[in-house]
Write a protein that binds this ligand. Structure first.
Ligand code: FES
Length: 105
């Protein structure tokens, strides 16, 4: 599905990410800025924090207990905060927009 990444400076980039990959994979593999993903996607660093557009939240599985706990350490936590390495893409994610959190670094 095509995913739009919005950066803290307001610029954005749309990329096509294969199903089965995560929102984090789509960023890292396309060398997009802002998602550091220090732990490589094992839900233990919180440097892959994004805000999912509220309309799109339902495209993804509910956060696990581990993800919720880790998000507590993320700067700028919001209602629609997610860890992008936990957001696995499927066909229904076409057109999803995520905003990269400022402060993943
Ligand atoms: Fe470390 Fe997502 S990449 S928690």
């Amino acid at each position: 599905p095509k995913i739009t990444y919005v950066f803290p400076d307001g610029s954005q980039k749309e990329v096509d990410v294969p199903c089965g990959q995560t929102v984090m994979d789509g960023s890292v593999r396309n060398n997009l800025p802002g998602i550091v993903a220090e732990c490589g996607g094992s839900c233990s660093c919180a440097t892959c924090h994004v805000y999912v557009d509220p309309d799109s939240l339902a495209c993804f599985d509910e956060p696990t207990h581990e993800e919720r706990e880790l998000l507590e350490f993320a700067d700028g936590l919001q209602e629609n905060s997610r860890l992008s390495c936990q957001l696995v893409l499927t066909e229904i994610c076409e057109g999803v927009r995520v905003t990269v959190a400022d402060g993943n670094g």
